[in-house]
Design a binder for this molecule. Structure first.
Ligand SMILES: Cc1cc2nc3c(=O)[nH]c(=O)nc-3n(C[C@H](O)[C@H](O)[C@H](O)COP(=O)(O)OP(=O)(O)OC[C@H]3O[C@@H](n4cnc5c(N)ncnc54)[C@H](O)[C@@H]3O)c2cc1C
Length: 390
């Protein structure tokens, strides 16, 4: 059996960032990841980074490439049935967001992790959590066919939506809240020039679309699709044709198509499990909550969770006080629910809902008209999009 102070389950953004935030405080930690590093890097996910998240990456020395290669966006555009409007984040809030892919953040965090010499065990199979209500919880796993055990003070469950850590909490100690949306996002990544310098969120009668990017030469596009759709039904040519139909004429003219590098369908879900603590186990990131990607909040919430948790653990190891640990769940959930609300609102505002009546559709259009005609309404969107403070 080995010993550490904090055992972290999962080497996604939450686990890797937490590991380095703890390392900076001199707190010993081990990360256990089920997959290989290459598999983790192969997942194409988030791309919009709040300033608060950038600040945490700065503090662990993992942001040099982000500052060199990330694209700072002062605003975003919203196209409604062919007419484009701009929301100026900088003018409305004084803040901006950075476009930099989750894959690159993960790569940067893996590098500082390796440089720090702290342990990350990839391909750790059958992770299980024990004695959570004792002073020394235990994590068991299998590596290369051999059973291993780690004794620790605390466990951080950073293992994503299908978390074994959340499943280790007795059902009667956890309350879950969930909404499943009646559509998915079909995403396509291509080595093509983005259609615009800023993201374009598209509300169209045929369904939502999003023109996003990862760099000046790499585009990420999404179109709302049916949950019954399969990737095989969407050859690249069909994707580009459908996207073009939802764009305004300027964007359609600028659209550069090309072969997909990656294409996948993601269902849209809102989910919160609370509290985010059970005795010596703390949940962080997707292990505790999921948002639909419309508000670009998932990765940023994972970062704010581990920001709170690392500060609480540092306080405990420095002073012996459990005040921060005792209030972690409450503090994290306050920000989680604000992001849940915003992500639900952006999704409701921009998607075509199959069960919407003509009344619902007219209200959706009125809400958009209000957004473009009221500085107060635009500011409400902007301050949530750039990220509420933490
Ligand atoms: C298709 C898609 C698009 C998205 N787009 C956006 C976006 O534009 N903006 C945004 O902010 N967010 C987006 N998100 C959400 C964002 O990617 C997640 O919120 C973010 O990855 C959460 O990080 P995490 O570390 O909590 O979880 P994860 O990234 O899921 O990491 C969890 C890790 O735990 C590991 N693990 C799981 N089970 C075990 C186990 N039993 N033992 C050991 N390890 C385990 C997993 O392999 C994984 O590496 C998107 C998500 C998806 C799926």
């Amino acid at each position: 059996m080995t010993r550490t102070q904090v055992a972290i389950i999962g080497a996604g953004p939450a686990g890797l960032l937490l590991g380095q935030l703890l390392d900076k405080q001199g707190i010993d930690n081990v990360i256990l990841e089920r997959q290989t590093g290459a598999y983790v890097l192969g997942r194409i996910r988030a791309g919009i980074i709040e300033q608060g998240t950038v600040g945490l990456l700065d503090s662990v020395g993992a942001s040099a490439r982000l500052h060199a290669e990330g694209l700072v966006h002062d605003g975003a555009q919203v196209s409604v049935d062919g007419t484009r409007h701009r929301i100026d984040f900088r003018a409305l809030t004084g803040r901006a967001v950075t476009v930099y892919g989750q894959t690159e953040i993960t790569r940067d965090l893996m590098k500082v992790r390796a440089d720090s010499g702290r342990a990350t065990v990839y391909e750790a199979r059958d992770v299980s959590l024990h004695d959570l209500d004792s002073a020394t919880p235990i994590v068991r796993y299998e590596k290369d066919g051999a059973r291993q055990e780690i004794a620790c003070d605390y466990i951080a469950g950073c293992d994503g939506f299908h978390a074994v850590s959340r499943q280790a909490i007795p059902l009667n100690k956890l309350t879950t809240h969930e909404r499943i949306y009646p559509f998915g996002w079909l995403g396509l990544l291509s080595e093509t020039k983005p259609v615009s310098d800023e993201l374009i969120y598209v509300r169209h009668e045929r369904g939502f679309a999003l023109c996003s990017m990862r760099s000046p030469t790499r585009s990420r596009y999404y179109i709302q699709c049916s949950l019954a759709d399969s990737i095989d039904a969407w050859p690249d040519s069909r994707f580009w044709d459908e996207l073009a139909l939802r764009l305004d004429s300027d964007a359609r003219r600028n659209l550069v198509t090309g072969p997909s590098i990656e294409k996948s369908i993601a269902p849209l879900r809102s989910f919160v499990a609370e509290p985010m603590r059970y005795h010596r186990l703390f949940l962080a990131g997707d292990a505790a909550h999921i948002v639909p990607p419309t508000g670009a909040k998932g990765l940023n919430l994972a970062a704010s969770d581990v920001g709170y948790l690392s500060a609480a653990l540092a306080e405990f190891y420095r002073t012996g006080s459990t005040r921060g640990l005792d209030t972690y769940s409450e503090r994290a959930l306050r920000r989680v629910w604000l992001a849940e609300r915003f992500s639900w609102w952006m999704t409701s505002l921009l998607h075509h809902f199959p069960d919407h009546s003509s009344f619902d559709r007219r209200v959706q259009l009125a809400e958009l008209e209000y957004l473009f005609s009221s500085r107060a309404a635009a500011t409400a969107l902007a301050e949530n999009y750039v990220g509420l403070p933490f």
